[in-house]
Write a new protein. Structure first.
Length: 281
């Protein structure tokens, strides 16, 4: 079978909330490789918290710059599987994305250059026998494999207006009237670092800010773990491009007890505004 629309070496990227304790991910890979044996499969993550659509969208958005060009990206965090929600396929100038119409694909829908949006309805590219609760295996995986093998995108199903697709509300990070930046704790990573939704690009010099979160003393934003001694709390700009709270060589989640969803606010440190810097000069 040929590579996807002129791509001799197709890459299929998988992102799910399935975990790896069961055979769900293995079944998806088996379906893909049965249809397109030369596809290369990349496991982006299968550790998204169950049904956590916001976290899935966050991971997807942050991973996009690092995916191989022309990847076929299968995203499954799908609490509405088996309902009337649409199975979507989106195409940009760089990648193709498959996933449920539940807000998970918001980062793609918000991109410039979206060139195709269809609801996957073509039964010919689905498994003959389908479970009502496992579209990751029976619908999205075979559709991805057929695309990898050269199946035309436009034949996946019926065109859909992108404006009609579900988008997550823009609540992750907001600049307030007083100049502070409000967000929340999105998740704790496996090291116990508390990852916020506050985008570091909104604060030009992170050291001019401190983060305030209920249950944690205000923390100045540092550059790296080395700015604090072992066992101390610190805040810093993390690799996701958002502010994180950590304990050097420890777990901030365990130390503080702060949980997902807790409000967080970035506040400029007194005396570091542009006016004050100019006055001191």
């Amino acid at each position: 079978m040929k590579g996807g629309e002129g791509n001799p070496d197709p890459v299929v990227v998988l992102m799910t909330d399935f975990g790896v304790d069961d055979t769900y991910v293995g079944q998806m890979k088996g379906v893909i490789l049965s249809i397109c044996p030369h596809a290369r499969i990349v496991d982006l993550t299968h550790a998204i918290a169950p049904q956590h659509i916001e976290l899935g969208a966050f991971f997807l958005e942050r991973a996009l710059p690092f995916l191989p060009q022309r990847s076929i990206v299968v995203c499954v965090v799908d609490p509405g599987v088996g309902t009337s929600r649409k199975p979507l396929a989106l195409r940009t100038g760089h990648h193709t994305f498959l996933g449920p119409d539940n807000g998970l694909l918001t980062p793609v829908l918000d991109m410039n250059g979206l060139s195709g949006c269809v609801s996957i309805t073509n039964q010919d590219i689905m498994l003959p026998r389908q479970s009502a609760t496992f579209h990751g295996r029976d619908l999205f995986s075979p559709a991805a494999a057929h695309l990898a093998g050269g199946f035309p995108f436009g034949r996946l199903g019926e065109p859909v207006a992108p404006s009609s697709c579900v988008r997550l509300p823009a609540k992750g990070c907001r600049v307030q009237s007083d100049g502070s930046i409000a967000g929340h704790i999105l998740f704790a990573d496996r090291f116990g670092n508390l990852v916020t939704t506050i985008d570091t690009s909104l604060c030009a010099n992170p050291r001019e800010w401190r983060i305030e979160t209920e249950g944690i003393p205000p923390l100045s934003v540092m550059e790296t773990y080395g700015d604090k001694r072992e066992g101390e709390l610190l805040a810093y700009g993390g690799s996701f491009g958002t502010v994180e709270i950590a304990v050097r060589n420890g777990s901030a989640a365990e130390r503080t007890g702060v949980r997902e969803g807790a409000a967080a606010r970035l506040v400029r440190v007194a005396g570091t505004t542009a006016e004050n810097r100019e006055a001191k000069a």
